[in-house]
Design a binder for this molecule. Structure first.
Ligand SMILES: CC(C)(COP(=O)(O)OP(=O)(O)OC[C@H]1O[C@@H](n2cnc3c(N)ncnc32)[C@H](O)[C@@H]1OP(=O)(O)O)[C@@H](O)C(=O)NCCC(=O)NCCS
Length: 190
């Protein structure tokens, strides 16, 4: 009898969608990441990151040696427009977050990047569910995920906890093909 291998989060050099590309984060992205994470408006519902370039570079150097998470820079037409991260695999479910898009992003970037996360994690990594938390009060993001079929399953003092099952993920991918036609192309899967 063949034993099913649990999915795991893997880094990839590149994940290509219809118009966006995810690129594995590098040391030289530290300044860009800090600019997003220290923007008062954008970081309002994110955990605090000190405004320290060397500390950010050190974090990225540690990240490069670690397994179990994938931190991506989101690019559009060769320009960095944001970040997102896959982490905390629990059995068949993965978590994603650290999702930030800079001002001036194209309007479709949020939809396409979310659909790319699901295409990558399901088609290439083998996950069949997703869990994540969203800060209480981050209504725009809560609404975004609920439109994908995310279900609120609990709360902590700070966060609402959500889950999304495979049926909902695949239904959203079929519903929103105008933002991501089918799947993603992956290069340099680690
Ligand atoms: C989280 C974040 C990346 C989302 O990106 P965003 O561009 O703000 O996402 P929006 O919900 O505004 O959606 C973008 C567009 O897609 C549209 N859209 C959203 N969901 C949609 C859906 N299900 N179907 C069709 N269109 C949809 C929106 O209406 C919007 O279009 P508009 O510009 O014409 O109004 C961004 O708000 C951000 O950087 N926030 C700060 C950091 C943060 O809080 N991150 C989340 C941590 S959990």
């Amino acid at each position: 009898m063949s034993q099913r291998v649990e999915p795991r989060i893997r880094k990839a050099a590149l994940v290509r969608g219809d118009t966006l590309t995810f690129r594995d984060a590098e040391l030289d992205d530290a300044e860009f990441i800090l600019s997003l994470r220290t923007d008062a408006e954008k970081s309002r519902y994110l955990s605090h990151v000190p405004n320290d370039l060397e500390a950010q570079r050190a974090w990225l150097a540690r990240y490069a040696q670690e397994r179990g998470q994938a931190y991506f820079i989101i690019e559009f037409k060769g320009e960095r427009i944001g970040t997102l991260r896959l982490y905390d695999a629990r059995g068949d479910s993965f978590c994603w977050g650290s999702w930030i898009l800079k001002d001036g992003r194209p309007r479709h970037a949020a939809m396409e990047s979310a659909l790319m996360v699901y295409a990558y994690s399901v088609d290439h990594l083998g996950f069949t569910a997703c869990h994540f938390d969203v800060r209480k009060g981050n209504e725009r993001v809560i609404k975004f995920h609920e439109r994908f079929g995310a279900v609120r399953v609990g709360a902590t003092e700070l966060d609402h906890l959500f889950q999304l099952d495979l049926t909902s993920i695949q239904a959203a991918r079929r519903k929103y093909t105008e933002f991501l036609a089918s799947s993603v192309e992956v290069a340099g899967l680690q």
